[in-house]
Ligand binder design. Structure first.
Ligand code: AMP
Length: 282
């Protein structure tokens, strides 16, 4: 496994891989790796098993997608541990550029998302998805992947990246991977490490909320006001709800009744740590 810090070097390595007809699988991350990230890597290997391929992981805590300087400052950074985890996952290259290299002085161009960014995290974190898709577009130009794998935990991010890749004609296939959870159901997240033991217990309300919504919809409830009330009842007093929405799975627009596949999406602050999770209903 080779660690690459330089943009031009990474670009050249990717070009060489393409010349050698190797499929490039790319898993972008912000580090503080957990089993969720590793599952994306495994998915990548399985996707191209039997075909010559190279797996590239990027680790970059992207400053432009953070709304709060405090969140950026306290985002966990565990590079030595991350590298040792990746060594066990048959990763070929780890791309770890610096912020100064990714955003040199004078950089001013960005990629602006469309309507999908109006809702959910896009509504409560202005500019967040501009930061996300700008860095993803830059990484795609550098790594030149055939496949890029993203988690469904960040459902809206995945939808916006799919749209961006299509709109800007990136020759890359975007692959989604189901949310990987702890044994008690909590969605794995680098931010979980910042929870106090008591906050970690309260965070379970998110999964309980999702489960309750699933239970109600499978018993026939379709009214969104009723579903939201039931989930809010479970979440309140556990943290500060950032949003609790039921949205159309394609457009991400809020719905009033459940007629077709609907996404229940939750964002909540617990111990000042912002957690997100979602599930599909019914
Ligand atoms: P991050 O390092 O949080 O930016 O995440 C990097 C990638 O891992 C993104 O595509 C995330 O959606 C994905 N990811 C993070 N947590 C999970 C999880 N628990 N299950 C599946 N994918 C995840």
């Amino acid at each position: 496994m080779k660690v690459v810090k330089d943009i031009v070097q990474m670009q050249r390595l990717s070009q060489q891989l393409r010349l050698r007809r190797k499929k490039i699988i790319f898993v972008p991350t912000m580090g503080a790796l957990h089993q969720g990230h590793l599952a994306l890597i495994k998915h990548g290997h399985q996707l191209c098993s039997g075909t010559p391929h190279a797996l590239i992981v990027s680790i970059f805590v992207n400053p432009t997608q953070f709304n709060s300087p405090k969140d950026f400052k306290f985002y966990p950074r565990t590079l030595p541990k991350d590298l040792s985890l990746l060594r066990h996952c048959k990763v070929d290259y780890v791309f770890t550029p610096s912020a100064a290299m990714m955003y040199p002085e004078g950089a001013e161009t960005c990629v602006e998302p469309g309507a999908l960014a109006q809702y959910l995290c896009g509504a409560t974190r202005p500019g967040h998805f501009r930061g996300v898709i700008t860095i993803v577009a830059k990484l795609f130009h550098i790594v030149q992947p055939d496949f890029a794998i993203f988690g469904e935990k960040d459902f809206q991010q995945l939808a916006i990246i799919r749209q961006m890749a299509k709109d800007l004609n990136f020759p890359v296939q975007i692959i989604g991977h189901p949310t990987v959870r702890e044994s008690d159901g909590l969605a794995m997240s680098s931010r979980n490490a910042r929870l106090s033991p008591e906050g970690r217990r309260r965070a379970l309300a998110v999964v309980q909320g999702l489960r309750e919504a699933k239970r109600l919809t499978s018993s026939g409830v379709r009214n969104v006001t009723r579903l939201k009330k039931a989930v809010r009842h479970i979440l309140q007093e556990k943290g500060k709800i950032d949003y609790l929405e039921l949205v159309d799975v394609q457009t991400l627009r809020p719905v009033k009744t459940i007629k077709q596949k609907t996404l229940l999406a939750i964002a909540i602050f617990i111990d000042e740590v912002r957690l997100i999770d979602n599930c599909l209903l019914p």
